[in-house]
Design a protein around this ligand. Structure first.
Ligand SMILES: *Cc1c(COP(=O)(O)O)cnc(C)c1O
Length: 346
């Protein structure tokens, strides 16, 4: 069996005709028209018109930045919407299954539950690497998707290129690589590999390094075929006008964001060094992200003590292989200083 996109798409989605607004057909030709088609208010305030359902301006700058075409890009209301669209396009409820590799981002499992899709969990190895043999063994004819988060949340490491490549080459469903934290990593992105692997989907977000979690913007990069399928089922106006405008101007001028990323990396390095001095921290896991996972003597107790002193961290102990771990997001210098003072006072 080889990769065949058409066989992966749910039957109802294959037959679907996407919703089309009359506007969509006329906006592309660039000529000035009077729009009395969508019952909007005629009074101009910057947001009185429906937003561009294809987000052309924003996609064009993203395409240029990553040497792709606009046909390789789908934008969503956060990557959470994108992940949900991927489920709904490819997974038949109560029939198909997906594979996730805990400890990992919790949303994949939640979305599997919402969409009534079996979630097959294949644990990472003890050093948080992919167990490719085990993943391949868990795959059957109804396995549509494998979700990988690299750099991984909550462990912080990136998966080996060789392992992901082995999976891409031997699995004939789609491999989703969630690169939410790639901007904090010195490792290579999978974006340049899209041309080599038809079954690769890369997701990104504006919520972390770009500092726009409140904006809700996620990006999906994939083959033209995959993007065409997802476009069929996305809500027409899923990315609002303010988000499109704000993200567009930010992408045009990344200077500030780049400065912030290097400051966070510097802070991360300092924080790792200082955490090494804390007696009850037994292990600091290597990280390619803007957070640090640590193993402590008693996570529930330490979590509570830290919280009582006014700092909210994340207790990841319920995740497999993460017993007694806490995850610290790298904050600004003052916040990190306070975190360290709190930890030292315990
Ligand atoms: C934070 C995070 C996201 C971002 O989701 P948005 O809906 O875009 O805010 C995606 N994936 C992972 C693994 C994350 O940790």
């Amino acid at each position: 069996m080889t990769f065949n996109l058409n066989n992966l798409v749910r039957e109802n989605v294959r037959k679907l005709k996407p919703y089309s607004s009359a506007r969509d057909e006329y906006i592309a030709d660039g000529s000035k028209k009077i729009f009395l088609d969508a019952n909007e208010s005629p009074y101009v305030n910057g947001i009185n018109r429906y937003p561009d359902p294809q987000q052309r301006s924003l996609k064009s700058v993203l395409a240029k930045r990553y040497s792709l075409t606009e046909a390789n890009i789908l934008l969503g209301n956060g990557s959470d919407e994108i992940l949900d669209l991927i489920f709904r396009a490819f997974c038949e409820p109560l029939e198909d299954n997906i594979i996730t590799v805990p400890p990992t981002y919790g949303m994949y499992k939640v979305l599997a539950g919402i969409n009534a899709i079996e979630n097959r969990e294949v644990l990472l190895t003890l050093d948080f690497e992919l167990d490719v043999e085990q993943i391949l063994e868990s795959i059957d004819a109804n396995t549509k998707l494998v979700f990988l988060c690299s750099p991984n949340n909550p462990t912080g490491n990136s998966f080996s290129i060789a392992h992901i490549t082995q999976l891409l080459n031997n699995f004939h469903g789609l491999v989703v690589v969630d690169e939410a934290y790639i901007d904090f990593s010195g490792k290579k992105s999978w974006l340049p590999k899209l041309n080599e692997h038809e079954n690769l989907i890369v997701t990104r977000t504006f919520s972390k390094a770009y500092g726009m979690a409140g904006l809700r913007l996620g990006v999906c990069y994939a083959s033209e075929g995959v993007i065409t399928v997802l476009n069929r089922i996305k809500p027409p106006y899923n990315v609002n006008e303010l988000t499109q405008k704000r993200a567009f101007s930010m992408i045009k001028d990344l200077g500030l964001v780049e400065e912030q990323i290097s400051e966070i990396l510097k802070q991360r390095k300092d924080l790792v060094a200082q955490l090494g001095q804390i007696g009850f921290i037994e292990k600091i896991y290597p990280t390619d992200a803007n957070f640090i996972l640590v193993k402590v003597d008693n996570a529930d107790e330490r979590y509570r003590q830290i919280l009582d002193r006014g700092v909210v961290v994340r207790n990841r102990s319920a995740q497999p292989l993460c017993e007694n771990t806490l995850r610290f997001t790298v904050g600004n210098p003052q916040e990190n200083k306070t975190l360290l003072e709190v930890l030292k006072s315990l």
